[in-house]
Design a binder for this molecule. Structure first.
Ligand SMILES: [Zn+2]
Length: 173
């Protein structure tokens, strides 16, 4: 149930969506069709900060990101590949300094990895399409949300597409 159109299930156009301008594509091989890019490719397409968080599982400093206190209605896409990951409907004020969601847009849009680095036991959240690092998910913290989960996501991993920006009058539904 996508509220903003049809894009979650049709969003398989790799390369075109997320990349800023990259002048010369080295031929659209199936490396791009599967969303897998080389490390050099990622370095070229992402800013240093984006690369550090998305591809090296870094974490932006709290209260510094673009979206931690954003209430704009819209869809949050993966900054690396453009896949739709979260929406403003599930965003809530956790006051932790990072954008927080109580659920992803749909299960399957993100994937989970057990992360035992830094002496902690956490669940890492990655983009289901391009495998970029997004953040972590925590459970049972007592936030008054439907799932009692907090997807603690780096702003720099996301790109907000405000509602109504694109064609709104989709004829389906
Ligand atoms: Zn992605």
């Amino acid at each position: 149930m996508s509220i903003f159109g049809n894009s979650i299930f049709g969003n398989k156009a790799p390369g075109v969506v997320g990349g800023p301008q990259d002048g010369s594509a080295h031929g659209a091989t199936d490396e791009e069709n599967t969303g897998r890019k080389s490390d050099a490719q990622w370095r070229k397409e992402l800013t240093p900060e984006e690369y550090h968080v998305l591809r090296q599982a870094g974490t932006e400093r709290p209260y510094t990101g673009e979206y931690w206190d954003t209430h704009t209605e819209g869809v949050y896409q993966c900054r690396a590949c453009g896949a739709e990951l979260f929406t403003s409907n599930e965003k809530f004020d956790s006051h932790c300094g990072w954008p927080s969601f109580w659920a992803p847009l749909a299960e399957g849009n993100v994937r989970y990895i057990h992360d035992r680095t830094l002496g902690m036991d956490r669940i890492e959240v990655r983009c289901g399409s391009c495998d970029s690092h997004l953040g972590h998910v925590f459970e049972g913290e007592g936030y008054g949300t439907p799932t009692d989960q907090r997807y603690c996501i780096n702003s720099v991993s996301l790109r907000l597409v405000a509602k109504g920006g694109a064609g709104d009058g989709a004829p389906q539904n």
